[in-house]
Design a protein around this ligand. Structure first.
Ligand code: PRP
Length: 172
């Protein structure tokens, strides 16, 4: 059986979500915000975060997949599900569960920029050191974590463990 070692508890996550929501409410005060969740990993984070933001906040989703030799670090990103909402002139906040290599975010920033939003920021719950080396950059970061394989709170291993309320390192 794989071993799960909790590195961020459910309480720590919820406290961080509240802290991030406070900063986001302050920044977007008086502006019409559009949240874009990156499927599937962002589901719990987006859900918890959105419920602490202004009730007029809109939500949309995008889904991408990355391919590459070995791991995804030098791969290409393909859109599996595009946005439903036109983001031109909108204040957009992309919601990610994790920046790993940073490839997904770099691609999404480039793609969304071509659609001329009024502003584009990113919030990620987790960030690995590699993401920064590849230019992955988020305006709001929950936790910096070491370069280990983590699951829970949206993050999966072969589609399992997304439903854990905490984040854990998975070891075979
Ligand atoms: C994960 C995660 C991010 C991306 C980050 O998604 O949710 O979107 O990888 O990795 P990167 O920084 O190396 O690009 P994944 O492709 O595993 O899909 P999932 O969210 O559906 O599990």
């Amino acid at each position: 059986m794989p071993e799960l070692k909790t590195i961020i508890t459910a309480d720590e996550i919820q406290a961080k979500v509240s802290e991030l929501a406070g900063k986001i409410r302050e920044h977007y005060s008086g502006r019409d915000l559009l949240l874009i969740g990156v499927l599937k990993g962002s589901i719990h984070f987006l859900s918890d975060l959105a419920r602490q933001l202004d009730p007029t906040t809109e939500i949309d989703f995008v889904q991408v997949s990355s391919y590459g030799p070995g791991n995804s670090s030098s791969g290409v990103v393909r859109i599996k599900k595009d946005l439903d909402i036109n983001i031109e002139g909108r204040h957009v906040l992309v919601v990610e569960d994790i920046l790993d290599t940073g490839l997904t975010l770099t691609h999404l920033r480039e793609l969304f920029a071509t659609r001329k939003p009024a502003s584009l920021q990113v919030v990620t719950l987790l960030q690995k050191p590699t993401a920064l080396q590849h230019g992955g950059r988020a305006e709001y970061v929950g936790f910096d974590i070491p370069d280990e394989f983590v699951v829970g709170y949206g993050l999966d291993y072969a589609e399992r463990y997304r439903n854990l309320p905490y984040v854990a390192v998975l070891r075979e």
